[in-house]
Design a protein around this ligand. Structure first.
Ligand SMILES: N[C@@H](CCC(=O)N[C@@H](CS)C(=O)NCC(=O)O)C(=O)O
Length: 272
């Protein structure tokens, strides 16, 4: 059983936030430079906030039994814009990892949840088959999540729960697109136990989003095979541990508008 060492780093107070990220920066700089024998040992560092994209990675780490340390990045307070974090995640998004024991024993950083899942799959040989024909099936459903389910469900969350105005066209557009994607999954899962056949990183990628079906305006009863899949995944002890990982300062999403967090998250422009 994997042991998730949860960081005690605090999420309140500007100075504390800075020093927390400064502490991480040591690791980040080391990983980029691939130096620093001190960081070659030890667990994977996961830069994390308990969102659907973040939880994909805790599920994978738990399922693989990999030791890891959680470094909270409070995206509602703007910690994703700290320069040290941007060094490893230039898109100012969680999740990202630093693996002190990367290729050839040197540290490596990875951002984008799909790339992280593939990296961990290759590293461990778990949930990502080496045989090309099987790997292609996993890649198809992984990319389907990255380019389809994730962004569409994200927009459904946004327009249904966060947009200052209830824009009927946008709500319908993204709710209907989610419904279509759930239909695709349901059809696939009618003939296969998991998305790519055997359990894989593609399932972990979709899990974080699909379990939020209610927030996307869906009725799970319409998708019985998807429900069977969801129940089976959530019943796995390791996946359940991964989904339960949380951090200090996190509160479950509500309908937050006109708050500082809302401004930070939804009024971003280009920073050149
Ligand atoms: N394509 C990215 C998306 C990551 C993403 O959107 N992360 C959100 C949380 S779920 C985030 O960090 N948001 C911070 C922000 O919007 O500034 C991935 O899959 O890693």
């Amino acid at each position: 059983m994997a042991r998730a060492k949860k960081s005690k780093a605090r999420t309140s107070g500007k100075t504390r936030r800075k020093s927390k990220l400064r502490a991480s920066a040591k690791t980040l700089t080391g990983s980029r430079a691939q130096t620093g024998a001190n960081i070659r040992q030890g667990p994977i560092v996961l830069y994390f906030w308990p969102t659907p994209n973040g939880l994909k990675i805790t599920v994978m780490l738990e399922e693989c039994g990999l030791p890891y340390v959680v470094k909270p990045v409070n995206i509602g307070k703007g910690e994703q814009f700290e320069s040290q974090f941007l060094e490893i995640s230039p898109n100012n998004r969680i999740p990202a990892i630093v693996d002190p024991n990367g290729p050839s024993g040197s540290a490596i950083s990875v951002f984008e949840s799909g790339a992280i899942l593939q990296y961990l799959g290759r590293k461990t040989g778990r949930f990502y088959p080496a045989y090309e024909r099987k790997r292609v099936r996993v890649d198809e459903w992984l990319h389907w999540q990255m380019g389809g389910l994730g962004p569409m469900a994200g927009q459904a969350h946004h327009f249904r729960h966060y947009a200052p105005d209830q824009i009927e066209y946008a709500i319908n557009r993204y709710t209907n697109e989610c419904r279509r994607l759930y239909g695709i999954m349901n059809k696939r899962l009618a003939r296969h136990e998991y998305l790519a056949g055997p359990l894989s990183i593609a399932d972990f990628a979709c899990l974080g989003w699909a379990r939020r079906w209610e927030r996307q305006g869906q009725v799970i009863g319409e998708f019985p095979h998807l429900k069977r899949w969801l129940d089976a995944l959530e019943a796995r002890p390791a996946a359940a541990r991964g989904l339960a990982v949380t951090v200090e300062g996190y509160s479950p999403p509500g309908n937050k508008k006109d708050t500082e967090s809302w401004r930070i998250l939804f009024t971003q422009g280009a920073r050149t």
